[in-house]
Ligand binder design. Structure first.
Ligand code: SER
Length: 325
């Protein structure tokens, strides 16, 4: 991961819940690098990839079990929790109640533990899924109409309101961003509508062709993983006043057709076909681009990796991985 984060003087112990997931894996690796392996505790209901498990502490943890979270907090003297466990948009449509249970309870437990004084700071991710059909789709403002149509989006919007409630009522230090689709090569995403933008790179290398579940001109906001991790850690570390419940953050946005052209610059015989399914409707309810001015001015957020650079990084690393198999 390109090291564009400064080093912080911070010896507090951090717990990542959902550390084996797409964002959790790389966030954990970066936190270990910045704050020391012994200051970062990874946890998840399932074990993670080889790199995550190779060094550092790892605990099996069910994010819906408040006592189990508290036991780990006490065991390691945790002061910061990154609460990432969640069911994403596509899976949540299959299991609406299970998704609600996981997405809400995992957050409420951590907020309660902060209110009770067991931890000092919480990070919880929201998503562009909080927006819906009635939201302005281009340059979507920080404050706007929010009528999400997916269970995932409803859970994220409710989560934002809970964070705000605990912040204003109990003075809990909870910080949040609305992630766009996140693209990375180390750990696969699972069950999201934006997952096509990761699958396409794998298929470009293995099959030279990809059958896309979204249509050609469906534009969505996206971000390379390093930028998402950087946003998360810099928001958690900033000393500037964090007034907002969940900040819009933006990097790039593109359509399946545009990402195809970017890949074709490196793999000229790569081709794409389109077979939009139920996920098309979810994608169409979300913004095409995001206005993240508030994050920029409040805590100096800035993305680094553009579409062309991201394509290079993805292809380079995935080629190495497939060649070594
Ligand atoms: N990547 C998520 C999804 O597609 C959006 O936050 O569900």
């Amino acid at each position: 991961m390109s090291g564009f984060l400064i080093h912080y003087m911070d010896n507090t112990i951090k717990l990542i819940i959902g550390a084996s997931g797409q964002i959790g894996t790389e966030l954990t690796l970066k936190l270990r690098q910045l704050f020391g392996v012994d200051n970062v505790i990874a946890s998840d209901i399932r074990i993670g990839n080889t790199e995550l498990m190779a060094e550092g502490k790892f605990e099996i943890l069910d994010a819906t079990d408040k006592n189990a979270i508290l036991n780990i907090i006490k065991k390691y003297n945790i002061s910061e929790v990154y609460s990432l466990a969640a069911m994403l948009s596509v899976t949540a449509e299959k299991y609406p109640h299970k998704a609600w249970d996981l997405n809400m309870n995992s957050l409420l437990h951590v907020l309660e533990l902060a209110k009770e004084g067991h931890i000092n700071k919480v990070f919880w991710p929201s998503s562009i899924a909080v927006f819906g059909n009635s939201t302005p789709h281009t340059n979507t403002p920080q404050n706007t109409i929010m009528e999400p149509t997916t269970v995932y989006g409803i859970s994220k919007l409710a989560g934002e309101r809970w964070c705000d409630y605990y912040k204003s009522k109990y003075n809990v230090d909870v910080r949040s961003v609305r992630y766009p689709g996140i693209i990375s090569w180390k750990t696969n995403p699972g069950g999201g509508t934006t997952d096509y933008a990761v699958e396409i790179f794998h298929k470009a290398i293995t099959d030279r062709t990809y059958n896309c579940f979204l249509s050609e001109h469906t534009r969505l906001p996206m971000m390379y993983m390093d930028d998402a991790v950087n946003a998360t850690i810099s928001l958690m570390q900033t000393e500037l006043p964090i007034n907002f419940t969940s900040y819009n953050i933006a990097a790039i946005n593109f359509t399946p057709s545009e990402i195809t052209k970017s890949i074709q610059k490196h793999i000229s015989d790569f081709s794409i076909t389109y077979a939009p399914d139920f996920r098309q409707q979810i994608a169409e309810s979300w913004p095409e681009s995001i206005d993240d001015n508030l994050a920029k001015t409040s805590w100096n957020w800035k993305y680094r990796v553009d579409l062309e650079r991201m394509t290079e990084i993805m292809l380079e690393n995935l080629k190495l991985r497939y060649n070594s198999k």
